[in-house]
Design a protein around this ligand. Structure first.
Ligand code: BES
Ligand code: MN
Ligand code: ZN
Length: 479
């Protein structure tokens, strides 16, 4: 998809030739003397349209407008979130038609984050998965023009949003692929191809190297399958070597059957999405390559399958992690934390300014927050605030949950330093408490994306979250 930013007011937008025109109307809308303004003013006055986010009115060949289809849509207070809502609704209304060239225009100057979320919403609505289809259906929208009077001022945020789209789509692509088309080896291949882009390097470790590092916890998860594990190390070097990097750690379980603690059959296919954290790391690197910011970022992906079989770990097994801590595996389905803990220990060698892990970690987080916000956990106030704000301004929301030590009580084990599960209560938090034991040496945050990384049901598919949040965080200068 091709995005373009053009300096147009409503009068000149009406004169543009396009297949569909979307007009975004905030509550603060003040009509001018042009055709679109008066259409909008009349519709608002009659009550057929409201300025609240998502309220829309579709018009066909209206007088004084060059576009065949016009959708007037409310974007409420004009924030990133409300704009995203409005744009999604409007694109859905024109999408099925023969719309190739789309013009999206603002009736009044937007805030930067609203332009970003409009671009992300258009891309989201028009994405089509192709990888494993024999006939690929073409994308509906191929040219999207964003029109606003003061376009030149928005150059930087425009460029960033377009790069985010590229990253999000790469993340979706990999997360959507079935497990037999997205093995640890294939994921490593995707990371290696990223290293062809400027300033990106990639190193892939296999079973031997991982054993040598002493990643006994990660190896334990991988031992139940014939598919060899991969530990992927990506680097984006945009600044001097002396500048401490931010490390992103993505859970890369390419299929999670639960292992011997087998999951129930219904919807088990969705466990191909259990590498969405890893996919988001790939997506971020793709976007960094486009933007070339002056920062250093490391991406770590422990990738393997979690299957059951003759060699698989058994409930009660005790393993030794790279940190030296021993872990009693009481439930083989709590495998995400077992691969992440060794990656967190590995992160220490980069002397990072911050480490953020991203994982489809717990069903409990999905129950707690649903599909709207990802779970955010952090031992560091500054980092927690930065990630929360990045979520708001990229419209890729998260919500902080607590890390009180009392939640770690249930992780006590009679046979190891720690158990890999506590009871059912507070499951998202106890998982985070487990990870925290391995993240003592740097400012650390954990994003549980179990509820937000993909959609189920008829709209089944990866969302590409939280690429937008992470990118926004990385690109925001520290205060
Ligand atoms: N990948 C799952 C978490 C998950 C489940 C994400 C459903 C999205 C939807 C994770 O590995 C897992 O199985 N977690 C267990 C932990 C439990 C055994 C303590 C869970 O949430 O049930
Ligand atoms: Mn599991
Ligand atoms: Zn899992």
């Amino acid at each position: 998809m091709n995005f373009e930013l053009k300096p147009l007011d409503l009068a000149s937008a009406a004169a543009q030739k396009c297949d569909a025109l979307i007009v975004l109307l905030a509550t603060s809308f003040k009509p001018g003397n042009d055709a679109l303004s008066s259409l909008a003013a009349q519709a608002l006055k009659s009550g057929d349209l409201e300025s609240k986010a998502g309220s829309l009115l579709s018009l066909y060949c209206p007088v004084g407008v060059n576009s065949t289809r016009v959708v007037l849509v409310g974007v409420g207070n004009g924030s990133a979130r409300e704009t995203g809502k409005g744009v999604s609704a409007a694109v859905a209304a024109v999408k099925s038609r023969q719309v190739k060239k789309l013009l999206v225009c603002w009736a009044s100057a937007p805030v930067e984050s609203a332009l970003r979320s409009a671009i992300l919403a258009v891309a989201e609505a028009s994405y089509v998965y192709t990888s494993t289809k024999s006939k690929s259906e073409p994308r509906v929208l191929d040219r999207v023009v964003l029109a606003l009077p003061e376009a030149p001022k928005f150059g930087a945020v425009f460029k960033q949003a377009v790069a985010a789209v590229t990253g999000i789509e790469l993340a979706k692509e990999w997360a959507n692929r079935p497990a037999n088309h997205a093995t640890p080896t294939l994921l490593a291949g995707a990371a290696r191809s990223l290293a062809k882009l400027p300033k990106i390097a990639c190193e892939v470790l296999g079973p031997k190297e991982v054993a040598k590092l002493g990643m006994g916890s990660f190896m334990a998860v991988a031992q139940g399958t014939d598919e060899p594990l991969r530990f992927i190390v990506l680097r984006y070097n945009g600044a001097a070597k002396t500048q401490a990097p931010t490390v992103l750690v993505g859970k890369g379980i390419t299929f999670d059957s639960g292992g011997i603690s087998l999951k129930p059959a219904p919807e088990m296919d969705e466990m191909k999405f259990d590498m969405s954290g890893a996919a988001s790391v790939l997506g971020v690197f793709r976007a960094l390559a486009d933007l070339q910011p002056a920062i250093n970022v490391v991406g770590l992906i422990p990738a393997c399958e979690n299957l059951s079989g003759g060699r698989a770990i058994k409930p009660g097994d005790v393993v030794t992690s790279m940190s030296g801590q021993t872990i009693e595996i009481l439930n083989t389905d709590a495998e995400g934390r077992l691969v992440l803990c060794d990656a967190l220990t590995y992160a220490e060698r980069f002397k990072p300014r911050a480490v953020v892990d991203i994982a489809t970690l717990t069903g409990a987080c999905m129950i707690a927050l649903g599909g709207v916000r990802s779970g955010l956990f952090s031992s560091d106030e500054t980092l927690a605030t930065a990630l929360s704000l990045a979520g708001e301004s990229s419209n890729d929301l998260c919500w902080r949950l607590p890390l009180d030590d009392d939640y770690a009580e249930g992780l006590k084990s009679n046979f190891a330093d720690v158990a890999n599960v506590a009871g059912r209560a507070g499951g998202a938090i106890t998982a985070a408490k487990f990870l925290q034991r391995f993240a003592a040496k740097f400012p650390w945050a954990h994003l549980d994306i179990a509820g937000t990384a993909w959609k189920s049901g008829a709209a089944k598919g990866a969302t590409g979250r939280p690429v937008a949040l992470l990118l926004q965080y990385l690109l925001t200068p520290a205060k």
